[in-house]
Structure formats: C-alpha cells, structure tokens
Design a binder for this molecule. Structure first.
Ligand code: SAM
Length: 211
C-alpha cells in the first residue's frame, strides 16, 4: 500500500486549517516546545508543511532533525519554511511504514497529526518500530485529536472527526477511516505519559511520552 497523497492538498493546507481551526492546531503542535528544548537528535514524522519544524528549529538552535514525510510537496514547503536552518535537517520522502531510520537512536520523536493517519494494526506496528529507535529516556511528543469524555463533547468530536476523515479519504486516499487512540500502543511500546495539555474541550491533546 502506498502512502496517502497529500501533494495536491499541500499548498492549501495552512489556509484550510486557518479557516477551520484558526491557530488552535499550531498551539497543539507547539504546546510542549519548552519541554523538549534540550533535545539534540530529533526525528519528525509526517511533518507536513513545516510549521512545527520552523518553530522547533528557532527554539532549539543546537538540534539536528530528520524529517520523514510521504509527500514531496509537503517536504518542499517545510524546507522553504525552515530557511537557513534547513541545513540542520535531513529530508526524506518516504512511507514511514516501510522506512527504517538509520543511525544512532533519537532523543526525541515528534508526531503531530500523523498517528491519526493509520488504522489500528498499522499504528501499533509503527509505534513499536519507532519506540525501539528511541534512546534510553528518550521522549516522544504527540499532537493530535482526541475524543473527549462527556456525552455532548464526545458526540461533537465524533461528528467533526467523521467529516475530517471523509474529506481526507477523498482528497488523499488516507487508509484510516476513524481515529485510533494511540495511547495504548505507546504504553505497550514501553513509554509513559509524563505531561499532557488539552484544548478545545479536550478535542486537541499535546502529549509528552518518555521511554
Ligand atoms: C494530516 S497531515 C499532518 C501534517 C502536520 N504534521 C501537521 O501538524 O499538520 C499528515 C502528514 O503525514 C504525511 N503522511 C501520512 N501518511 C504517511 C506515511 N505513511 N508515511 C509518510 N508520511 C505520511 C502526509 O504527507 C502529511 O504531510
């Protein structure tokens, strides 16, 4: 199976997001930046158009980063957005499911609105593979949607997610059809949730996991 095709969407991605969520998704991506200011060897999967990456590189001038994304257009946008700091980044256009990151372990992995692209079996396999590439005590930042507790909030979240999955399946051929909670897979891979920030009534979660 090939990676979903975000190329057509890439130039519109930030605008679509601004119209639907304002600045809230960027809040989610960057909510834990201060917690990982000491990270030096970093792997970012499904970075998209580079808005987290640009903020991370500016906040963390000593880090080197490896970016893996299946979309050449997203990688091109991210590279442009990184500006002069792009020389601290290794860029790889690849399907994360079939890619084995080379080299020494990472002290930080970042997945923002990326784990939601996978159905349960693929998610568990991907999380286990990546967790094995974390250094001892390494951390993993996950920014993503969650279905909050509570009847009405849960219902509103499910309706919003159904709309988003329909849209992404149509435009990118996303394999996942619904949101899978990544927390059990992260815990099963030996990681512990150490910090979490929520917004939009719990619909957005920025989580910090540690090995
Ligand atoms: C929903 S977008 C999120 C982008 C960005 N991280 C953000 O915070 O908005 C998912 C990103 O992951 C990439 N992606 C999805 N599935 C992938 C896969 N199997 N392998 C590599 N990249 C993938 C897409 O190309 C896209 O850039």
């Amino acid at each position: 199976m090939t990676a979903p095709r975000f190329d057509r969407l890439a130039p519109l991605y930030a605008t679509l997001e601004a119209v639907s969520f304002g600045g809230r998704l960027q809040w989610c991506r960057t909510a834990l930046l201060a917690d990982v200011a000491d990270a030096r060897r970093v792997l970012i999967l499904g970075e998209g158009d580079g808005r987290f990456l640009a903020a991370f590189l500016a906040a963390n001038p000593a880090a080197t980063v490896e970016v893996i994304d299946g979309s050449p257009a997203m990688v091109a946008l991210a590279r442009r957005r990184a500006g002069a700091a792009a020389d601290r980044v290794t860029w790889r256009v690849a399907d994360a499911r079939h890619f084995d990151p080379p080299g020494p372990p990472y002290d930080l992995i970042v997945t923002n609105f990326f784990l939601d692209c996978f159905e349960a079996g693929e998610l568990a396999a991907l999380v286990a593979k990546l967790a094995a590439r974390l250094a001892l005590g390494g951390r993993w930042v996950v920014g993503d949607f969650r279905v909050p507790a509570g009847r009405w909030r849960g219902l509103a979240a499910r309706l919003a997610l159904a709309g988003m999955y329909a849209f992404f399946r149509l435009t990118t051929r996303l394999p996942a059809g619904r949101l899978v909670d990544p927390n059990p897979a992260l815990a099963a891979a030996g990681l512990t949730l150490v910090h979490e920030r929520r917004r939009l009534g719990g619909f957005l979660a920025a989580s910090l996991w540690q090995g």
